[in-house]
Design a protein around this ligand. Structure first.
Ligand code: NAD
Length: 357
């Protein structure tokens, strides 16, 4: 029985449409398990640009830092695309991730039996897949020294992959701890045959694994991992990797799970975690009740599991998601041609109904 203040950023496009459903599901779970969730809404993205002229206002950052966790919808859209880089909605998202010290990005890719046909990969390859990609989020080549120097044909663009032992250790710990809650297997993905930063990565992971004798550690080069993810995704439990490799592999992993409208994520590591669907603001379907709310509802489950350590509550939401899919309820993105579809709110209603049982 706890009391928690949760920050909510609805954002733009379908963000508010799916966001309200995530909040409603959390309210339902609160009532069921005797918790009080107090939701405070903050501005970010295009919505913030329109009202206060910046994509991530200081008030938002302060409010979020004072809360237990952040439930985030999606930001961005054509209206703000041509703004200078520092004013783009996406710059706001990078800013808050950095402010929150969220160095670990967790992206589960679960293939539900009911949605085996929603992926472009053969059902027999996918059946039973349940992978969690743990991506380092605040270091590596996206943040290392670099720039463009020189003139004419001698102009050179440089980015540098930099990882310290401390950075590798802390993301490694997240992977091992999370694997303990799952099938106790970590595959560390690197390019140690070519990159010295990867050699350090591998050495540190091997050292760290001695503290987790119950978890099996394996290593894979990133190019092989990209292939193995579509060849035999069932072989993976937790994949831990660098920022750039994780960026690419987590998108690949998400496609094996079918629609982007199904996939949740967590960015953790600092005092306050950020939980959001992996999709964007989907301007093409915004305001039409066509968005699948299950990625957002799954993000609420991750908030409970990883942000508040409320495991039974998270399990209940994930079971409700499975149940609506089992009962054949489909939004447009996960429906087969000709299949009956329902809207955003109706899908969330079905989840809420099952949670109340
Ligand atoms: P997107 O994820 O918004 O949409 C890609 C496609 O998937 C679209 O066809 C969309 O209709 C569909 N889709 C997305 N979410 C869905 C859902 N829940 N249910 C059903 N269909 C869904 O990606 P995009 O079109 O490349 O980007 C649109 C805007 O979102 C851009 O401004 C982009 O910068 C921004 N964006 C924001 C985030 C974020 O806030 N974290 C992430 C990615 C993109």
């Amino acid at each position: 029985m706890g009391s928690y203040t949760i920050s909510v950023i609805h954002g733009d496009g379908i963000g508010p449409e799916v966001g309200v459903e995530g909040v409603r599901v959390m309210q339902t779970i609160g009532a069921k398990f005797g918790h009080t969730f107090t939701f405070t809404e903050y501005l970010a993205g295009g919505a913030a640009l329109d009202k206060v002229g910046v994509p991530m206002p200081d008030d938002t950052i302060k409010g979020v830092k004072d809360s237990a966790a952040l439930l985030f919808g999606a930001i961005g859209g054509p209206k703000w695309e041509s703004l200078p880089h520092h004013l783009k909605p996406e710059a706001g998202l990078l800013k808050i991730r950095k402010e929150l010290g969220a160095f670990a990005n967790l992206r589960p890719a679960v293939v539900y039996d009911e949605l085996l046909d929603a992926s472009t990969i053969k059902p027999e390859v996918l059946k039973g897949t349940d992978v969690l990609v743990v991506r380092e989020l605040t270091g590596g080549i996206y943040f290392g020294p670099g720039g463009i120097t020189g003139d004419g044909a001698n102009r050179v663009g440089i980015n540098t992959e930099v990882y310290s032992t401390a950075e590798i250790l802390r993301i490694g710990k997240v992977a091992f701890e999370t694997a303990r809650l799952r099938r106790k297997s970590v595959c560390s993905v690197d390019k140690a045959n070519v990159l010295v930063s990867s050699q350090l990565w591998r050495e540190v992971m091997i050292d760290l694994s001695k503290s987790y004798p119950d978890v099996k550690l394996s290593h894979m080069y990133v190019d092989n991992c990209a292939m193995q993810l579509v060849r035999n995704p069932r072989q993976f439990d937790v994949i831990v990797t660098t920022n750039i490799f994780g960026d690419i592999l987590s998108d690949e992993a998400s496609m094996i799970a079918g629609s982007i409208g199904m996939l949740a994520s967590a960015s953790i590591g600092g005092p306050v975690g950020l939980f959001e669907p992996i999709h964007g603001s989907a301007p093409d379907i915004a305001g039409q009740q066509k968005a699948n709310p299950l990625a957002m509802i799954g993000s609420a489950a991750m908030l409970l599991r990883f942000g508040l350590k409320l495991i039974a509550e998270a399990d209940a939401i994930e079971a409700a998601i499975r149940s609506v899919l089992k009962d054949g309820l489909r939004t447009g993105d996960i429906a087969k041609p000709g299949e009956k579809t329902i809207g955003t709110k109706a899908m969330a209603d079905a989840v809420v109904e099952r949670l109340k049982k």
